[in-house]
Ligand binder design. Structure first.
Ligand code: SAM
Length: 296
């Protein structure tokens, strides 16, 4: 093959971008770059100085196979086995939801509330107990532990397979069980009430069965249904969490959770007496996304 015909990095990216675009990818160039960088075992940025190079046959074969699976709908994160969240990299596989950028708003809100609790208590280093309910890959618990000193996380999930991924991600960031305890259970049921949490955080399932059927096939056919679907209404898991939380929350603690903008419109109808009015945080698209609740 002459140089003009060679499948260089540049040509592979151009061709694959068009191919993935025609197969419905919303981010074809990014997908092509992430997959080729993974196949080459390099950083994405390194592709830009290698446009004229032709990858090895082995690299091209690995890339071709990932592009084929991507064109069928497999999410890029499952193909490469990781996803970035809050400036860190987390292992993912089809047992866990792929972290979404919207969930970073929950971490920011939780870090702010942690600061507020410490200020109110007059102790900048007060030890905080934090729960991450439905931890999945562990992104919320691990991000909190990385960015907040003097806290202990209890990361709960109903899925043992998800907890195994969370365990590996915690180990990657040297967060042993003195910082994060992993618990298998239904929401807060397995947590002893005599040790209340200062923060209860959750990105729970909040999709209704009908909405699930309408989701893009790259989500519906690949991500775990238990991570997405709450029940016929979509609000079931959140309502159950709000019911369980008072018995597990410190008097000055906060329950902070993510939800869909559609559910946010109904939030007032689910909050029983005993809670302050909900504080709503919007995502970058201007949609109501995070709800923060404190006790009266
Ligand atoms: C939307 S995913 C969130 C995962 C992760 N926290 C994130 O933000 O990427 C919801 C998680 O809740 C877990 N889950 C679903 N129902 C649960 C329940 N009743 N109790 C505990 N965890 C549950 C699922 O297994 C899944 O890992």
């Amino acid at each position: 093959m002459s140089t003009a015909e060679a499948w260089t990095v540049g040509k592979l990216l151009t061709w694959t971008t068009e191919y993935l675009k025609s197969n419905g990818s919303q981010s074809p160039r990014l997908d092509a770059e992430v997959l080729l960088a993974h196949a080459r075992g390099c950083q994405r940025i390194e592709l830009y100085t290698a446009f004229a190079e032709e990858p090895t046959e082995e690299t091209k074969a690995a890339f071709r196979e990932m592009v084929r699976r991507r064109s069928e709908g497999t999410p890029v994160a499952y193909l490469v086995g990781y996803k970035e969240f809050y400036s860190a990299t987390f292992e993912v596989n089809p047992d866990v939801l792929i972290p979404r950028p919207e969930t970073e708003h929950l971490v920011v809100e939780a870090l702010d509330r942690a600061k507020q609790i410490r200020e109110t208590r007059g102790d900048a280093n007060a030890e905080l107990r934090i729960a991450d309910v439905g931890t999945g890959s562990g992104i919320i618990a691990i991000s909190m532990a990385k960015h907040l000193k003097h806290c202990h996380l209890t990361a709960i999930d109903i899925s043992p397979a998800a907890l195994e991924i969370a365990r590996r991600n915690a180990a990657k960031y040297d967060l042993d069980d003195t910082r994060i305890t992993l618990v298998e259970g239904n929401l807060l049921e397995a947590c002893p009430q005599e040790h209340p949490f200062d923060l209860i955080l959750s990105n729970p399932p909040y999709v209704s069965q009908a909405e699930f059927e309408q989701l893009d096939k790259t989500v519906r056919d690949y991500e775990p249904q238990t991570a997405l679907v709450a029940g016929p209404l979509g609000s079931e898991t959140i309502v159950q969490l709000i019911e369980q939380a008072p018995a597990h929350l410190a008097d000055d603690g906060w329950l902070i959770f993510e939800l869909s903008p559609m559910l946010a419109e109904q939030i007032d109808t689910w909050i029983p007496a005993g809670w302050q009015a909900p504080i709503v945080t919007k995502d970058f698209a201007g949609h109501a996304r995070i709800i923060s609740l404190s006790r009266k």
